[in-house]
Design a protein around this ligand. Structure first.
Ligand SMILES: [Zn+2]
Ligand SMILES: [Zn+2]
Ligand SMILES: [Zn+2]
Length: 307
């Protein structure tokens, strides 16, 4: 049984979730990978899968009862070791895993743009469904990539955590909107990496780590428009940023998350934090971050990276 506790000193939330300690770890190839096609029985039934039909169109299915389909392109299911759950006693919510590709060998920098777009589309679709639950206050989409980033499984996946509380970080961002949008200001003041249509990637002026990247819209928008072309543009920028980071950092590990707006003031963005430094006493104890590479220099290196 899990439990939600608030730290009265800082306002931070702690979920005590003993089941999380029992997560299996899988690195080292296709053999025994619970997220590879054919091994669906190692995970709960899919709540959503995308399947391509003979004419090329994408269809949605879910696993019914005991059946498991293995011809999927993207697969979403309940996390076996949930932080939030509707089915066991504990903190109410949803905690889903989204396998982004059937190909075990795909990496964030080598995945095709079409495939990445399908994964993003499925993630947004799940967010929209989970948001309909009146007990859910926020749905956080995030990705942990690599052991040092907290991923227990190597195969590319994202996680969706629908929680009964608004994450304090999101609340803090909301409270920073005073007449002018801080994300719009950040775009003005930060160094550009690349842009495509309405979406750009920047190294934020106040990057807390070397090579921190923010992906967001040029126009002020509280959320990502749910159109094929917009999602395709987002996938294009995301994969491009990953390729640039990869060419500078090698096979890097990272976390990213999506913040969408709860009000019209908020401006959606994805924050990408490569594991380029270790947060220590000053960062953890003071929220004062030491960054050895100026964001303007990081952006310049990233701009030049693939040329
Ligand atoms: Zn796999
Ligand atoms: Zn804005
Ligand atoms: Zn944010």
């Amino acid at each position: 049984m899990s439990k939600l506790i608030r730290n009265q000193l800082t306002g931070e939330w702690i979920v005590v979730a003993p089941r999380r300690g029992r997560r299996p770890i899988h690195y080292g190839g296709v053999e025994g990978c619970p997220f590879c096609p054919g091994n669906e029985r190692a995970t709960p039934p899919a709540k959503l899968i995308y399947v391509r039909s003979d004419d090329g169109s994408i269809h949605r299915f879910r696993d019914e009862d005991d059946a498991r389909r293995s011809d999927w392109l993207v697969r979403v299911f309940d996390n076996l070791y949930p932080i939030f759950s509707t089915t066991y006693e504990g903190v109410y919510g949803y905690h889903e895993v989204l396998v982004e590709t059937p190909k075990h060998e795909d990496k964030p920098w080598s995945i095709s743009i079409d495939q990445q777009a399908l994964a993003i589309k499925a993630a947004l679709e799940r967010i929209d469904i989970l948001k309909l639950d009146p007990n859910i206050r926020y749905v956080l989409l995030f990705k942990n990539y690599g052991r040092s980033a907290g991923a227990s499984i190597e195969h590319m996946h994202m996680q969706i955590a629908a929680s009964p509380i608004i994450p304090p970080r999101v609340e803090l961002e909301l409270s920073s909107y005073r007449g002018e949008c801080p994300v719009c200001m950040l775009i003005e003041e930060s160094s550009l990496i690349n842009r495509y249509d309405d979406i750009l990637a920047i190294c934020p002026k106040a990057s807390s780590k070397p090579y921190e990247v923010m992906v967001t819209s040029i126009e002020h928008k509280p959320d990502i428009p749910r159109t094929e072309s917009y999602i395709e543009a987002l996938a294009r920028i995301l994969v491009d940023v990953m390729r640039r980071l990869r060419s500078i950092l090698g096979e890097f590990e990272f976390n990213y998350w999506l913040h969408y707006g709860l009000t019209r003031d908020h401006h959606w963005h994805i924050e990408i934090l490569p594991k380029t430094s270790i947060w220590a006493g000053l960062e953890l104890g003071g929220w004062i971050y030491v960054n050895a590479i100026p964001p303007s220099e990081a952006a310049e290196n990233l701009r030049k990276a693939l040329s």
